[in-house]
Design a protein. Structure first.
Length: 115
């Protein structure tokens, strides 16, 4: 089985016109590739969600630690959105560690996470 890692920028997952169609096309593309014995590990970015929340928190005087946590959680929110589009073909809860990714990789052809 061939394995591929995809870094999907959070800007591609930001709420906007056409997002649903984009996600459906992305899902369909990868699901078609599964027939060729391919497996995908997808790591999402935080995008606009991360930038906006970090900006709000920065203005409120949040520490760098908290800003980092906000950015990380935004990547996971985007990963959860993406994972939901793959249904039974993907892990329902995005991975948080490399070890979790490896475990999910034993169970699912599409493994999604953020962080």
């Amino acid at each position: 089985m061939s394995r591929y890692v995809i870094s999907l920028g959070g800007s591609l997952l930001s709420p906007r016109e056409g997002l649903l169609e984009y996600l459906e096309k992305f899902r369909d593309l990868l699901l078609n590739e599964l027939e060729e014995e391919r497996q995908f590990f997808i790591v999402t970015g935080g995008g606009e969600l991360a930038r906006k929340y970090m900006d709000f928190s920065r203005r409120a005087g949040a520490s760098q630690y908290h800003l980092d946590l906000i950015g990380i959680e935004a990547t996971r929110m985007n990963a959860l959105l993406l994972s939901s589009y793959f249904g039974e073909f993907s892990n329902g809860e995005p991975f948080r560690t490399v070890e979790e990714a490896a475990l999910y990789g034993e169970l699912y052809p599409v493994v999604v996470g953020g962080g």
